[in-house]
Ligand binder design. Structure first.
Ligand code: DP6
Length: 336
């Protein structure tokens, strides 16, 4: 028996950074993200008569080559075991996964792949008999999101869109009309150097920063600002809120003991370029950065021409991945 599921990635505007409980990934602060439907992960589960579960790459020309580290595999298979226990599934499985975006593109695949794994186990339980089927019948999307959070925090936001708010056990969709619900997304790959501190490690280390003490308060305030800017369709205000937020997170990194960081000279160049766009054009993209050197840009729907223009300019110096590109994901959607 085989089941397949897929899930999109997401980019946080108000960041999840710091955990009140590492077990179960309970965040110290609320967050908001925009879901990225053009960047998906896929998971296939096959029931096998083997003595344990194992992972392998999902083959298919529609996917990008991808290998999971030993640590990554262990985290993924632990999550699978937790889900099997939850749904009372006593079968062993080969879990195959792949992404529709390149692994070096600055998009963390953990949100989309943990969400896809959670969805796939749920589908398997739905097709099973007995307890598993009963448990699956009762599981709402919010419940699946909460289960997924236990594997990787940010994955819980991939169950909802176009925007998603995650605050403790509350994980829900937010929508603000076509202009804001259908943003153009771009990630500027300003560096290809290897990440020295994983985001899971960053969650632990930021607690040593003196600025961490008021972090929750600041995010609660900024989350309100972010939702208000979205409701008022106040794009410049949204830009300012998101700009302050990613700098807040990056300054936590730099003020940790020992300090660490992801910002590179090339990231700063891209940020300065975008600031200049806002000054000269009177508009521009919302900017954010995750735990990495790459710069994410979100353009409102009506700024499509500006997005295309900036993409061309940025491509002179950097690799740019955008929702305009004919990614393998789009090929996959056509095939279906
Ligand atoms: C910087 O969800 O990757 O991207 O829960 O340990 O798996 P774990 O962490 P993860 O953290 C993501 C952190 C972030 C900000 C965000 O997505 O909100």
């Amino acid at each position: 028996m085989k089941v397949k599921a897929s899930a999109p990635s997401n980019i946080a505007l108000i960041k999840y950074m710091g955990k009140s409980n590492v077990l179960g990934n309970l965040a110290t602060n609320p967050s908001i993200s925009y879901t990225l439907p053009h960047l998906c992960s896929h998971v296939e589960l096959e029931v096998v008569s083997e003595s344990s579960d194992r992972w392998e790459a999902l083959p298919g020309e529609q996917y990008y080559n991808f290998e999971m580290s030993e640590k990554g595999r262990a985290k993924f298979l632990n999550h699978l075991q937790m889900l099997k226990d939850y749904f009372s599934l006593s079968v062993n499985l080969v879990v195959r996964s792949a992404n529709q975006f390149p692994s070096d593109c600055g998009i963390a695949s953990s949100a989309s792949s943990f969400a896809a794994l959670t969805q796939a186990v749920y589908e398997l339980a739905r097709m099973s008999q007995g307890d598993a089927r009963l448990k699956a019948k009762k599981a709402s999307t919010a419940e699946l999101a909460r289960l997924s959070r236990k594997g990787s925090g940010s994955s819980c936001r991939s169950f909802f869109g176009p925007f998603c708010e995650w605050d403790g056990d509350k994980i829900e969709a937010l929508s603000y009309g076509v202009e804001l619900d259908q943003l153009h997304h771009m990630v500027v790959l300003s560096s290809s150097s290897r990440k020295l501190v994983s985001s899971s490690e960053a969650h632990v280390r930021v607690k040593s920063s003196l600025s961490f003490e008021n972090r929750e308060q600041r995010t609660v305030e900024r989350l309100k600002e972010c939702k208000k800017a979205l409701s008022d369709k106040n794009w410049p205000e949204l830009f300012e809120t998101c700009w302050a937020e990613f700098w807040d997170m990056h300054s936590l990194f730099e003020t940790s003991r020992p300090s660490f960081g992801y910002m590179e000279p090339s990231s700063l160049k891209v940020l300065a370029f975008i600031k200049e766009v806002w000054r000269t054009e009177g508009t521009g993209p919302v900017v954010t950065m995750d735990a990495g050197p790459n710069v994410h840009l979100l353009f409102k729907n009506s700024d499509g021409n500006l997005a295309q223009k900036l993409k061309k300019q940025l491509e002179v110096d950097y690799k740019v991945l955008s929702s305009f590109d004919s990614l393998k994901s789009q090929k996959f959607i056509e095939k279906r």
